[in-house]
Design a protein around this ligand. Structure first.
Ligand SMILES: [Zn+2]
Length: 95
């Protein structure tokens, strides 16, 4: 076989390899973007974190137990009914 033919074949193989790699990378990046946008849709828009004033745990607003505070007239959020009841009894004690 002629040596130049070997060089040409080597270059063609190299270019083919480069094309495959860049195509694979594009696909990978596309998948990464998709999963990232899914996370923002769930995380940022739907779940706003609110702090439980009793145990100071951060809870997603939609899952939190809501209570309108008699003193401050604002909505207070709790991780559970238990913390909500504790808050109610504390509010009662202070009066
Ligand atoms: Zn709590």
């Amino acid at each position: 076989m002629h040596p130049i033919k070997l060089v040409v074949i080597a270059i063609l193989l190299y270019l083919g390899y480069r094309l495959l790699i860049s195509d694979w990378r594009k696909k990978r990046n596309k998948n990464a973007d998709d999963s990232a946008s899914d996370t923002t849709a769930d995380g940022a828009v739907e779940d706003v974190l609110v702090e439980d004033p009793i145990c100071h745990k951060l809870v997603p607003k939609q899952q939190a137990v809501r209570l309108k505070s008699k003193d401050t007239d604002t909505i207070v959020y709790f991780c559970s009914e238990k913390c909500c009841n504790l808050f109610i009894s504390k509010e009662g004690e202070e009066k």
